[in-house]
Write a new protein. Structure first.
Length: 249
């Protein structure tokens, strides 16, 4: 019998993972609570791929800061921000690899969104065509990002830990979610170090590039619907290239 999809809650569940913060943590609160609930009830056992991705992100979450004999305040802040940027980059790598179960995909996506201010800080991509997600007018909120690390480390440690053999490795069914994006979607490639390529997605039916797009996803397959009525999942976009442009709902 096919399990009933677990509803995708519209309102985040209270959880101490995300204290009051200037970061977009609504999705992170919701998805971290969902993962904890699935693990606690034994309704799901992470796969080997899930554990591998979680371990890679956990390594970045728990990385110590460099030891420096004489460091300026600016150097120390840069080291702190560089650690958060490395967490984000590891998260995006495993998110877009499409190798993990939907609960972990949703969690990685939420972590990436929360840490988005570090996408280009302190070390921005070196080419003009590299992805941009909004404009930052100030330095990223370092303390707010670091405040997420202890609880995220604990959560990813749970994902890496062995689970009882009674748990099922099959991921629970997930209900599709839908969102809207009024602008363009861009697909980015990196054929060589510091070399980026970019192209704008266009509707295969009418050629429109400006939307507004209706996005539907079950964390495995993501479809884009054009105002002309055409729907396609053959868009070539990585999940992060879609997800990071959507509102934090």
């Amino acid at each position: 019998m096919t399990p009933e999809p677990e509803p995708h809650p519209a309102v985040p569940e209270p959880h101490p993972l995300t204290p009051p913060s200037p970061l977009p943590t609504r999705a992170l609160t919701r998805e971290s609570a969902r993962v904890r609930r699935l693990l606690a009830t034994g309704a799901w056992c992470p796969s080997a791929a899930d554990a591998h991705a979680a371990a890679a992100v956990l390594t970045r979450l728990t990385a110590p800061l460099p030891s420096r004999r004489a460091a300026s305040v600016r150097t120390i802040v840069t080291d702190r921000d560089r650690r958060l940027q490395r967490v984000l980059r590891a998260t995006l790598h495993h998110l877009d690899a499409h190798a993990v179960d939907p609960p972990v995909t949703a969690l990685l996506a939420a972590v990436a969104r929360a840490l988005l201010p570090w996408h280009a800080a302190p070390k921005p991509p070196a080419a003009a065509a590299a992805p941009r997600y909004g404009e930052l007018s100030a330095a990223p909120p370092t303390a707010a990002g670091e405040a997420l690390l202890p609880a995220l480390s604990a959560l990813f440690t749970e994902l890496v830990a062995p689970h009882p053999p009674t748990s099922t490795p099959r991921p629970p069914a997930t209900a599709p979610w839908q969102a809207h994006h009024p602008g363009r979607f861009r697909h980015y490639g990196r054929p060589a170090p510091d070399v980026w390529t970019a192209r704008t997605f266009a509707c295969p039916a009418c050629g429109d590039t400006d939307g507004p797009w209706t996005v539907t996803s079950d964390w495995r397959l993501t479809s884009l619907r054009c105002p002309c009525g055409a729907t396609t999942h053959d868009h070539g976009l990585a999940l992060s290239e879609i997800w990071l442009l959507l509102p934090d709902e």
